[in-house]
Design a protein around this ligand. Sequence first.
Ligand code: ADP
Ligand code: MG
Length: 268
Amino acid sequence: MDRPTAPPAVIELEGVSKSFDDTRVLDDISLAIPAGQTTAIIGASGTGKSVLIKHVIGLLRPDVGCVRVFGQDVATASKAQLYALRRRMGMLFQDGALFDSLTVGQNVGFPLEHHRKDLDEAQRGHLVEEKLEWVGLPGIADRSIASLSGGQRKRVGLARAIIMEPEIILFDEPNSGLDPLTSDAIDELIIDMKRRLGITFVVISHDIVGTVKVADHIGMLYEGRLVEFGPTHQILRSSNPVVMNFLRRNLDTSWLAALNAAGTEGVP
Ligand SMILES: Nc1ncnc2c1ncn2[C@@H]1O[C@H](COP(=O)(O)OP(=O)(O)O)[C@@H](O)[C@H]1O
Ligand SMILES: [Mg+2]
């Protein structure tokens, strides 16, 4: 149970199960994601991480159980309520989901076209430029998406996700397809955005090294179940064999040596 000092949960899952055909992808998942912190959901490919996040934005509905965001049940929300919820959340899909036919600036400003009709073009342009600066890409609003590197695409995606100044950002695989240096830069951006804007991040990842750097809390999915959930340092010391195996496979030996030298027990 949460101690009185724990921040309130902004996303809550209660007994969520989801099957496709006869395959159960999520199996009785319960978790509470605290406000203003970064929570990572880790697990091997195909364990249901993306499916879980799609429940949070209402793209999928649970067969059983309940998903609440800001206290609102997503499955029973009216269209207008869901629309209002989504305005408070930024989502970065795994493949970036940028529109190739639009410029960088048009991509970043896209949510404003729909949600901020009160702003004129100059005001929107100003917000777009500001967000591009925040992600370290000033002055590229007129570039084409095709001209961007993988890391730049992720940054542009992040700029688009923060343009509505959301309270929550859901980031599916921030490090996938990136070289280690670019990957580090994205991790730094996540840390910076959390500090600067107080945004709640939910990061979905199979990359444990990046995750350990950015996450305050980690939940691990395995065969559809949430096998462990807690503060990052606690997960690193987990004696759960499933978690230990995942860490052993995904953390390189220098990391493990450093953890052991720091007196971290439970990590092999
Ligand atoms: N819309 C869907 N219809 C049928 N099966 C799906 C659908 N979405 C995901 N799945 C299946 O659910 C499982 C988990 O997928 P996913 O959440 O994408 O895994 P990951 O942990 O890699 O993000 C996979 O076996 C996938 O094929
Ligand atoms: Mg996925």
